[in-house]
Design a protein around this ligand. Structure first.
Ligand SMILES: Nc1nc2c(ncn2[C@@H]2O[C@H](COP(=O)(O)OP(=O)(O)OP(=O)(O)O)[C@@H](O)[C@H]2O)c(=O)[nH]1
Ligand SMILES: [Mg+2]
Length: 448
């Protein structure tokens, strides 16, 4: 059916999108935002319901009055909505045909068009409903796979970073006032060293805050992206059997032939709340086969870059490399075939049988503990996003300059302070935002 509605592109357009996942599901939610939302509700579902109350309605296509589905309709007038504009939600059965027809029906209302990626969030920002860092937190919350990621994302969405950035910015603005006052009245005697003392005192306190915020930030960023664990060892020790057991999936081919795995294989697991990418690798040995050699080269490279390494050995094969690394956990496999007689090495070894499940819980615990050690407080850190970390870091560097050299002219100090105020303002998007908006909102998918 051809729909030839005149559309005007612009921010006063009314936008619509499927906000739930684009798969068959019990319920799908289509969101609408913008000035024509009233008309959309009226055309598809009859008179406007009471604000923010779900009502069950017959939803029809205004083009031919055909019934699309029966579902819940929510009317959320602006400005107290997510975007700050008039909004509506249609909760319908989540079949793809239902959704497709509903989207086309909404799109037939004049000035309605499909939302671009992140456009709902962008409107929320532009209408001052949420600052940038909170919106980034919401994006992380949607992407969170594990408890640790969820908690971290929620802190950001809840405004923890925004509050800190605002407080630091306010402190810097106070220091700037002192500097500007001095610059304006520079001819009224030698008060400059007093001004500098006052500024340095304020900057020291602010630097302490910045440094506290930066604590654990590197670990937090790794946690946000996920941690990698390489499973290494000689051929046939049971690396592939272990990745299958830990991920509870048939990720890798297992066979009694040594040299079965050549490519590195990955499986994501939730390890006590930590997002962990397990990597099964080719067995380490001297080989003349060029394909196996490439596999072994990759295995070593993955292990080098991993956050932790499981170094496997069995009764027949000893582990060669990585055994002494702090990142390594030594694991003796196939313990269902008999426990080792011991005495061959001093490094503690975890005993497991991937076949019977013996020792796997202890291995999970040891691995989670090792990864948490490496995160160095990242789980509770304030800053998990690179963009925020860089802003705090740049600010800290500026303040260190101000504090360390009291002989610099006030004009230069003023510039350092401005750098901090700008960096903190960008975290929340209060200033100079246009150039960073695209970056952030492109991370959102359509419907957010
Ligand atoms: N009894 C016993 N056999 C195991 C265990 N884990 C693995 N095996 C056997 O050991 C053989 C090799 O297992 P894989 O998991 O393919 O070993 P791998 O380390 O991935 O070997 P490559 O890919 O060749 O490097 C297979 O026959 C497995 O069934 C175990 O816990 N107990
Ligand atoms: Mg294998």
């Amino acid at each position: 059916m051809a729909r030839t509605t005149q559309k005007t592109v612009g921010s006063r357009d009314t936008i619509h999108a499927l906000s739930t996942a684009p798969f068959r599901s019990a319920v799908a939610v289509v969101r609408v935002s913008g000035p024509a939302t009233r008309r959309v509700v009226d055309a598809l579902a009859g008179p406007l319901p009471a604000p923010r109350r779900a009502v069950l309605r017959r939803i029809v296509d205004p083009v031919d009055a055909a019934l699309i589905d029966e579902g819940l309709v929510l009317w959320m007038p602006g400005p107290a909505s997510f975007t700050g504009e008039d909004m509506a939600e249609f909760h319908v059965h989540g079949g793809m045909a239902v959704v497709a027809r509903l989207l086309s029906a909404v799109g037939s209302v004049p000035t309605c068009r499909s939302a671009e990626a992140g456009e709902f969030a962008r409107r929320a920002f532009e209408h001052g409903r949420l600052d940038l860092s909170r919106l980034e937190g919401i994006a992380d919350l949607v992407d969170a796979h594990t408890e640790a990621q969820r908690r971290m994302a929620l802190r950001l969405a809840d405004g923890a970073v925004a509050r800190e950035a605002d407080a630091i910015r306010a402190g810097v603005l106070e220091a700037m006032v002192l500097v500007e006052a001095d610059l304006d009245f520079a001819d009224e005697g030698d008060v400059t060293h007093e001004t500098i003392s006052g500024v340095v005192e304020r900057c020291s306190a602010l630097l302490a805050r910045l440094e506290a915020a930066l604590q654990g930030a590197t670990g937090a960023a790794r946690l946000r992206d996920g941690l990698t664990v390489a499973i290494t060892g000689p051929p046939n020790v049971g690396k592939s059997t272990l990745i299958n057991a830990l991920s509870r999936r048939e990720v890798a081919i297992v066979s009694p032939l040594p040299g079965t795995t050549r490519d590195s294989l990955e499986a994501w697991i939730d390890l006590d709340g930590l997002p962990v990418c397990l990597i099964d690798t080719a067995g380490l040995r001297d080989s003349d086969d060029p394909i196996e050699r490439e596999g072994i080269r990759r295995a070593r490279a993955r292990a080098e870059a991993a956050d932790a390494i499981l170094v496997l050995s069995d009764g027949d094969h000893k582990a060669e490399a990585f055994g002494e690394e702090v990142r390594a956990i030594r694991v003796r496999t196939k313990c269902d075939l008999g426990l080792p007689s011991g005495g061959d090495d001093t490094t503690p070894v975890l005993l497991i049988s991937a076949r019977s499940g013996y020792g796997l819980d202890a291995l999970r615990q040891a691995l989670a503990a090792k990864l948490r050690d490496g995160l160095a407080g990242g789980e509770t850190a304030l800053l998990s996003q690179e963009r925020h970390r860089l802003a705090f870091q740049r600010s800290a560097e500026s303040l260190r300059l101000t504090i360390s050299d009291r002989t610099r002219p006030l004009e230069v100090i003023a510039e350092d302070l401005r750098v901090v105020a700008t960096a903190m303002g960008r975290v929340t998007g209060r200033i100079d935002v246009e150039d960073i908006l695209g970056d952030i909102f492109s991370r959102f998918c359509i419907g957010k």
